[in-house]
Design a protein. Sequence first.
Lengths: 369, 302
Amino acid sequence: MARLQLRNLEKDYGSFRAVHGINLDVEDGEFMVLVGPSGCAKSTTLRMIAGLERVTGGEIRIGGELVNDKTPGDRGISMVFQNYALYPHMKVRKNLSFSMRLKRRPAVEIEQATNHVSGLLEIDPLLDRLPKQLSGGQAQRVAVGRALIKKPQVFLFDEPLSNLDAKLRASMRVRITDLHKRLKADGQQATVIYVTHDQTEAMTMGDRICVMRDGHIMQVADPVTLYSRPANTFVAGFIGSPEMNFLDGTFEGENSVRAAEQVIMLGDEFTKRISGRSEHVTLGIRPQHLRIVAAETPGTIKGKLTHIEFMGHEVYLYVDIGPKRLIAVVPSASYDRGALRDDWVRLSPDPKGVHLFDRQSGENISLAI
Amino acid sequence: MTDHILSQNTPAARDIDIVRSREARRHRFNAALRYALLTAVGLLMLYPLIWLIGASFKTNSEIFANPGFWPEHPTLDGYIKGWKTSTPYSFGTFFINTLWIVIPKVIGTAISCTAVAYGFARFEFPGKKILFAALIATLLLPNVVTRIPQYLIFRDLGWLDSYLPLWVPSALAGDAFFVFMLVQFLRAIPRDMEEAARVDGATTWQTLIFIVVPLLMPALISVCLFQFMWTMNDFLGPLIYISSVDKYPISLALKLSIDTTEAFEWNRVLAMSVLSLAPALAVFFLAQKYFIDGISSGGIKG
């Protein structure tokens, strides 16, 4: 019963429209990640769901119930903040039980709930410490515990890991997804809305991901779909590292694209995927889908190898074709050092990994099958 | 052993040692000079107070005969007779009167200024800018200007010769300076904690009491201390509004002993002055840590 629905949700700051009527359905028990560059209104959206930000237009429903005018405390949500926002004058124990004490729950119940949550998050030894005596990771766990103790219908996370160092972030990532699974297994409502600007977090944690930009939703999909079938150039460029290569070109004939004064052959399989007929297109190829082929293979991309970066298990090759620079990522094992810096090389795109976008609208037109 | 090491030293190393010891000596000398100067100036500043304490143990005639601060024939006469006063009331009555003015005033100030500052710092409401500007404007308005209109209002309300004119303005956040101080302090505190409290289900008042007030404590202690000391020292307010001797606070009572006796008994006045200093000093030293925190930091990290 903890389904979250956003209907034409809008937010204006004076004359500036931050959120442009977005629609989003998050199913019961789903882990939904809102991701996007800074200023894309993902945090504003989250704060509207929490009730910390007034809604300009549209509806927010939690468990089918309209909550637009409810106070944050009555919405059945709990939230974890970016900088933990622990109450600095209360010991961890009091921090955890604050919401229950406000509701005047019996002392025994509070004690039990505190012990249960602190056991779950392994923060029992910290119960009698003040927040300033905690490390970043510990403080974040206490913040999660404070959210957990309320047994909310929906958990809201606002960039909870961005203040932690890389190593801790990786372990907290696993911890949070584990916790989500455990709560679900226990039959507790565990719908999660998780805001982040970090695509790794989004890809690894989310059941589904909602990519946002300038107050619009660009695509909502599971991580695999988002990576393999991006709906537009923005999503294609935002998800994946290194970033997807884009080449502006024109659609020529049945299965070739002319870009950077070269004709790139894409094969019949690819042609079947094309829907619509745009002449001006943008070719999108992930670096992982480019490989070096023998010289003078027709229909491949010719360019000059300008940099080689050895990353251990793979090699990054920077290839200039005219004014454009492409990045190819090849496994170290398959890179035989046949091509060296300043050599002319030919790159062949794997047709399965190639996307074609309408240059005007940015929409992906190669998703027919 | 030492010789052995020294003999191994190169001339350059020895030079370095010499320079270093010279530096250390100069450093010590500088420090001594600095402390001597600070002590001298400190004593100079404190001398009137020291003299006051010394003189309170002198006889009335010795005060004028002996300019030093050390009494030749120390006596408690000033304290004993001063405590009795020339009125039907002992000095204890005046002490109690003072506390009876100060304590409600301090409590009223703390509560009202916190509520008003919270409103200004955290809420958007129509006319907020104009109201805040008005608040700041009253800071700049000289007190003297409002004395007569205020007196007339309190007279019409029938509050003369009661403590109400001293209590009520403060209990309604009439001290703009304190409101301003708390607003500035609050602005430096991140809102996240309050938002977390709201998500936890706290109402606005619960957030204020359980979250904001504890965070505001250093500033609040400063406010209370300032109000305590200023009210203890306030002479003009009670002088204007209080006319019965049995309601006089210390500040007026001290003046009283100068007025009513034919020959001024300075040793009694001085002895009672020393006593009246004691509460303010005691409170200041007890809360010194917070006081300095409150006025110097102006804000804390989350």
